[in-house]
Design a protein around this ligand. Structure first.
Ligand code: SF4
Ligand code: F3S
Length: 104
C-alpha cells in the first residue's frame, strides 16, 4: 500500500485524489490519508504530490503510518475531487515538525 505522511499537513494540495483509480483518499481538516486496505498499490498518486507526502509502505518504519492512515480513513469522508490547497500550503511545504499542527 501507499500512505500519506505528515508532509501533507497544512498543505493538502489534493492533486492526488484526481488520479486514484479506486477513490481511496479520505479528508481531514488539514491532511488526507489513504485507506491501506483499499489502495491497489498502483503508485500513480506518488509523483502527483507537490509536497512528496505519499510514500510506499516498503520504506523502513512505515508501520505507524499505515496504522495512522487506516485509523483516520475509517473516520473521515472520502474525497474524489481536487479542491484549492490550504492557504498555508506553499509556506508550509517541506517544513519539519508538522505533526504538532495535525487536527482531527
Ligand atoms: Fe490510489 Fe494507486 Fe495511490 Fe493507492 S497507489 S492511493 S490506489 S493512486
Ligand atoms: Fe496531501 Fe499531497 Fe495529496 S499534499 S492532499 S498528499 S497531493
Amino acid at each position: 500500500t501507499y500512505i500519506v505522511n505528515d508532509s501533507c499537513i497544512a498543505c493538502k494540495y489534493t492533486d492526488c485524489v484526481e488520479v486514484c483509480p479506486v477513490d481511496c483518499f479520505y479528508e481531514g481538516e488539514n491532511m488526507l490519508v489513504i485507506h491501506p486496505d483499499e489502495c491497489i498499490d498502483c503508485g500513480v498518486c506518488e509523483p502527483e504530490c507537490p509536497a512528496d507526502a505519499i510514500r510506499p509502505d516498503t520504506e523502513p518504519d512505515m508501520e505507524k503510518w499505515v496504522e495512522f492512515n487506516r485509523k483516520y480513513s475509517e473516520m473521515w469522508p472520502v474525497i474524489i475531487t481536487k479542491k484549492d490547497p490550504l492557504p498555508t500550503a506553499d509556506e508550509m511545504d517541506g517544513k519539519e515538525g508538522k505533526m504538532e499542527l495535525f487536527s482531527e
